[in-house]
Design a protein around this ligand. Structure first.
Ligand code: 13P
Ligand code: SF4
Length: 301
């Protein structure tokens, strides 16, 4: 592994490339990255970067967002088939119908969505800023796509709005159950429960803290507690352990995202060497989806 990390370092310098990795990527890939973070942080970093090449170790909507924000840069991904199934779980026709039904509708699009969906939306959000952004909108009626669980979480925290839910979901988080969390609680009674808002309501009901991946990492790092049940994707364990070597973490069930794990050091070296796997977004789609992404960056400040 050391040899591969060294090779990546040299290639990065030679190509003026920067490596961004989501907290869900493999440990070795996070080790090779210049920036590791949640979706919101990585979108901001992508926009601020002055490298010629951005290598995005995440899933396709993340690489696409980086390209939309940086049309003049080359955005590469170690594996272009690393896609988030939830990113496709909303329907343009349904959005159009909803707009007909509500005159003042704002379509709020979780960043975990295709560029095509972003194009039909008014503003993007991530799990780190969804509540803040929905609160700040002048619209009363909100159609939240694609994730039902994050939408429901926002609806509960912003009761003054009429948040209409869509039926998309993340299979990794939606597969976690209250009985699994309760079993872990019985085994480790001193552990605090942390959960990503993509989890089902029955899991969120058991949580001591609910937040995005970076929210969970900050909560754990600032807590005096020593044990945590973590209801999110297993890759977060890398940063949790790095920041908190003396604390213990218990993950729920099969909590790994196969798509995120498609990012490997071998593929990272390959794209750095060859320039393969370039992310492209056609011009019309790019300029139209940029509006909702830029609005997110503005409102989340
Ligand atoms: P974050 O918004 O916490 O980065 O989560 C992204 C994601 O894919 C959750 O499954
Ligand atoms: Fe998509 Fe879920 Fe994987 Fe996140 S964990 S990338 S929401 S499938």
């Amino acid at each position: 592994m050391e040899k591969m990390l060294q090779e990546i370092k040299e290639l990065k310098k030679e190509k003026n490339a920067v490596i961004l990795a989501h907290y869900y990527a493999n440990d070795s890939v996070q080790e090779a990255a210049d920036y590791i973070g949640d979706s919101y942080y990585l979108a901001k970093i992508a926009k601020e970067s002055d490298a010629d090449i951005i290598v995005f170790c995440g899933v396709l909507f993340m690489g696409e967002s980086a390209k939309i924000l940086n049309p003049d840069k080359t955005v590469l991904m170690p594996d272009l088939t690393a896609d988030c199934p939830m990113a496709h779980m909303a329907d343009i026709e349904k959005i159009k119908k909803m707009r007909e039904n509500y005159e003042d509708l704002a379509v709020v699009c979780y960043i975990n969505s295709t560029a095509e969906l972003k194009r039909y939306s008014d503003v993007c959000v991530t799990s780190a800023n969804a509540v803040k952004i929905v609160k700040s909108l002048p619209n009363k009626n909100i159609f939240f796509i694609p994730d039902e669980n994050l939408g429901r979480y926002v609806k509960e925290l912003v009761p003054e709005k009429n948040v209409i839910l869509n039926d998309g979901y993340c299979h990794v988080h939606a597969d976690m159950t209250a009985s699994e969390v309760k079993m872990l609680k019985e085994k480790y009674p001193g552990a605090l429960v942390t959960a990503h808002p993509e989890c089902r309501q029955e899991v969120l009901d058991l949580a001591d803290f609910i937040g995005s991946t970076s929210g969970i990492i900050n909560f754990v790092s600032g807590s005096d507690n020593n044990e945590f049940i973590v209801c999110t994707e297993c890759g977060v364990g890398y940063e949790l352990r790095r920041k908190n070597p003396d604390k213990k973490f218990y993950f729920v069930g099969k909590s790994c995202c196969d798509n995120m794990k498609k990012n490997t050091l071998e593929k990272l070296i390959h794209v750095l060497k060859t320039g393969d796997n370039e992310v492209t977004v056609d011009d019309d789609k790019r300029t139209e989806s940029l509006v909702s992404l830029d609005r997110m960056l503005e409102l989340a400040k």
